[in-house]
Design a binder for this molecule. Structure first.
Ligand SMILES: [Zn+2]
Length: 205
């Protein structure tokens, strides 16, 4: 792609770094911004910068938050004895949309994936195991997507907590194998949560 302007080229190249955005789309977006009032670009840039600098991760569940402890963990009406283990904030949003779950979450920040160089140490697993060891948790619900990486991660965590007098369960597989939680509709996801099964029963299936 030949550019008549280095400034334009730089903006397009930066935009094209985003997932799912090829150079053509990046060029279209940048040209769109050029046609709009300058304020729009300024607001976009400012929002991204402020988010990047000021966003926090909840000290307890690692969810993305504006405060040290997220709104869900700080809500006194949530059941602190039930913890739902998810991959990232998109899963928290999907499960919250069902309106069914009243416990807390634990956001791992990914799944164990040796191919991508992601081991257990890169994920928020130790803090989850510590919570279970503290004795305040009655049930841990595994709600990772049912991919090989999800299953590996579930089992890794299960092995570390199973001896600590905690119930472990997995959401029912109304969600097709390999589907990501965020794509499941709210009714299906809510049902999967309600019809969760003991984790041991979810193995070898
Ligand atoms: Zn939290």
């Amino acid at each position: 792609m030949e550019f008549s302007s280095k400034l334009l080229e730089k903006a397009v190249n930066e935009m094209a770094q985003l997932p799912g955005i090829g150079k053509r789309t990046a060029l279209r977006l940048v040209l769109h911004l050029l046609k709009q009032p300058k304020e729009q670009s300024e607001q976009l840039a400012a929002a991204l910068l402020t988010m990047r600098h000021e966003i926090k991760f909840c000290k307890s569940c690692h969810n993305i938050s504006d405060t040290d402890v997220c709104e869900i963990c700080a809500n006194p009406s949530r059941d602190t004895s039930v913890i739902c283990v998810v991959e990232d904030i998109r899963d928290v949003m999907a499960l919250e949309n069902t309106g069914i779950f009243k416990g807390l979450y634990h956001v791992l920040g990914g799944k164990i994936s040796p191919i991508d160089g992601i081991g257990p140490n890169q994920l928020n697993i130790v803090s989850l195991v510590d919570k279970v060891k503290s004795g305040t948790v009655k049930e841990v619900i595994f709600a990772l997507s049912s991919t090989m990486e999800g299953d590996t991660t579930n089992f890794y965590i299960y092995k570390q907590i199973k001896d600590y007098n905690v119930m472990t369960s997995a959401i029912a597989r109304g969600i097709a194998i390999g589907d990501e939680l965020e794509y499941a509709d709210e009714v299906t996801l809510g049902r999967s949560l309600m019809q969760r099964i003991p984790f041991e029963n979810s193995l070898n299936k």
